[in-house]
Structures are given as structure tokens and as C-alpha cells.
Design a protein around this ligand. Structure first.
Ligand SMILES: Nc1ncnc2c1ncn2[C@@H]1O[C@H](COP(=O)(O)OP(=O)(O)OP(=O)(O)O)[C@@H](O)[C@H]1O
Length: 311
């Protein structure tokens, strides 16, 4: 899988770096590099997220600083719906600056897991710590650091894209909201759509608007459920590049649920494979491919889904 070489400042924040090196790199160098994104956005957008403490425009004040470099730590997380166990005994740690993929067939528990991590769904058991804070006990301290995009969570249909983004900018306490919205609109090719009601957008346009909402507060933990759903292959590819640049430049932790194995191979440092709500296996994509003697993650996934795995 070919990956675009990150440019300028982003290269200094490459995925294999140590946290110390990343912090040193974030503290030095120009604010961004010039150049246009493939669909016309400004390349500086991704590299502008280099400062993390505090990021410009994000909520400030007591409690807004992360306590650790662990983006999220999940212990023994479970969710039961009546007699259905959607997620069982899920534990993982994700460091800031890393991308974790959640894989699994239909009904494996990916969306339920993400909904709990987003604070939208109360777990039956377990704990979730975001940047060192307990999400369940200190929800309002933690939520400003998080954002998410999910095809299952719609934005208000009657509001225009701009009004939607403005509302979320207000909720997250984003300073200079107008310029932040303009910046995201440029980056995500939404400028022409800002005055259109969200409900009248095409599926792919909604996905891009939802991603703009997900990035409005420059989240330190970004939760993405099928982030390229409904996008044409060209737009999806550009968006993956954009997300990769954002993640590398900001040092955010990202949890991504996707059925697109190429996307997972390209974006994720590690993956958790879920089956019936439980962890079936976990590891770096290349390690899992090697472990199962396969060529691609898709083949590993098919082995798991069809019960052909020898391990
Ligand atoms: N509100 C609910 N009430 C009852 N059961 C639910 C509810 N939401 C999800 N489930 C069940 O929980 C399990 C996990 O569902 P979930 O949506 O998390 O799976 P998923 O991995 O995201 O699937 P998909 O890939 O199809 O989106 C499934 O068995 C599903 O039927």
C-alpha cells in the first residue's frame, strides 16, 4: 500500500516518532507549509494543528489540559442490551498520535463501542479514561477534547451547513469560529455548500460536513465511524490523506471503525478485531497479516469472519 509522503512539518511528526520527538518537533519550525490539498484546500490547514497545549481556538481554562499522553484507556468495557451482549470485556490503551482501527463484521460491536467512547451511550461495566480523565465521572471536562463523526448521528436537517458548524463551534467554545469554519470549508470542499440546508445534501456531502463538525474543535481524541462512507473513491482517498495529515500534525489519538480494509491498513497503527463483541485478535496490520500468513488485512478479516482462522 503506497502512502503519500507527509510534507514539510508533517514529516517531522511521522507516525514512527517517539512522543518526546513529536513534542520537540511540535515546538519548533514554521507554523505550516504552503501548498494546496488535492481538492483545492490549503495544505497549511493540517500542519496548523501542531500546538496541542492548548490548541488555538479550543476550550481553555481549568481542566482543559490533558493529564497524560494516553489518548484513551479502556478497561473491561461491556454493553448489554437486555439479553444481547453487544460488547464484552473490551480493554485497550491508545497513545496520543496513534490510530486504532476497530474491525469486525456486522453486529460485532464497533458502533456500540464508539458510542460509549463518545459518551453517547452508558457502558454496562468498565471504565474509559480520556487523556487521563475518567469520561464517566468527569464528562464535561473530557468532552471538549473529543469529537466524532458517525453516519448514525445526523446533524439538524433544517440548519444550513454553516449554521450547523456555528452551533457546534459554540458548543465547543471555539474562538474565531467564522475563520475556523471557513478553514474547514476550504479543506473539505464545503465552501459552496455552506448556505445549503444539511438535509438537502447528498450522502457524500453530508459525510464531509460531518467531518468538518468532527474537526471543529481540533479534537485530541477523534472517533470516526466509517469516515469515508458514501464518498467516491477519489474523494475518499483525499480525505484519508487529509485525516492522516491532521492526525500526524496534531498528535491526536484516533479510533476508527471501518469495513474498508485498505483504509484501515493505510491509516491504522494497530487494529482490534472484534467478533460477537469480544476481541478476537489485535496487533499492527502488518503483524496480523504475517501472523495469519496472508497478503492483505482483507484476507485476514475474511478468515476471521468465515471461521477459517487456524490461530
Ligand atoms: N439499541 C439496541 N438495542 C438492542 N440491541 C442492539 C442495539 N444496538 C445494537 N444492538 C446489538 O448490539 C450488537 C452490536 O451492534 P453494533 O451496531 O455495535 O455492531 P457493528 O459492529 O457496529 O455492526 P455494523 O458493522 O453492522 O454497523 C448487535 O447484535 C446489535 O443487534
Amino acid at each position: 500500500m503506497q502512502r503519500r509522503a507527509p510534507s514539510g512539518a508533517c514529516r517531522a511528526l511521522g507516525s514512527g516518532r517517539s512522543l518526546a520527538a513529536a513534542q520537540a518537533a511540535r515546538g519548533a519550525g514554521p507554523a505550516g507549509v504552503s501548498g494546496r490539498l488535492p481538492w483545492g484546500g490549503d495544505r497549511r490547514c493540517a500542519c496548523r494543528y501542531r500546538r496541542r497545549s492548548p490548541p488555538p481556538g479550543a476550550v481553555s481554562g481549568p481542566g482543559s489540559e490533558p493529564l497524560t499522553e494516553s489518548a484513551i484507556s479502556v478497561t473491561d468495557l461491556s454493553k448489554r442490551y437486555g439479553t444481547v451482549t453487544a460488547v464484552a470485556s473490551l480493554s485497550f490503551d491508545l497513545a496520543s498520535g496513534r490510530v486504532l482501527g476497530l474491525l469486525g463484521g456486522n453486529g460485532a460491536g464497533k458502533t456500540t463501542t464508539l458510542a460509549m467512547l463518545m459518551g453517547l451511550l452508558l457502558p454496562s461495566t468498565g471504565s474509559i479514561r480520556v487523556l487521563g480523565e475518567d469520561l464517566l465521572r468527569h464528562r464535561y471536562r473530557v468532552l471538549p477534547w473529543i469529537n466524532f463523526s458517525s453516519p448514525y448521528v445526523d446533524l439538524p436537517h433544517r440548519l444550513t451547513v454553516y449554521q450547523n458548524l456555528r452551533v457546534y463551534a459554540g458548543l465547543y467554545g471555539v474562538r474565531h469560529a467564522r475563520s475556523r469554519i471557513d478553514e474547514l470549508a476550504r479543506d473539505l470542499d464545503l465552501t459552496e455548500l455552506l448556505d445549503r440546508p444539511y438535509g438537502r445534501l447528498s450522502a457524500g456531502q453530508k459525510t464531509r460536513a460531518s467531518l468538518a463538525k468532527a474537526l471543529i474543535n481540533r479534537p485530541r481524541l477523534l472517533l470516526l465511524d466509517e469516515p469515508t462512507a458514501s464518498l467516491d473513491p477519489d474523494t475518499a482517498d483525499r480525505l484519508r490523506t487529509y485525516l492522516r495529515d491532521y492526525q500526524e500534525a496534531s498528535g491526536a489519538g484516533v479510533v476508527l471503525a471501518s469495513h474498508n480494509m485498505l483504509e484501515v491498513e493505510r491509516l491504522c497503527h494497530e487494529v482490534i478485531m472484534l467478533r460477537h463483541g469480544r476481541i478476537f485478535d489485535r496487533g499492527a496490520p502488518a503483524d496480523l497479516i504475517g501472523k495469519y500468513g496472508r497478503e492483505t488485512l482483507e484476507e485476514v478479516f475474511l478468515d476471521m469472519a468465515r471461521g477459517r482462522s487456524q490461530l
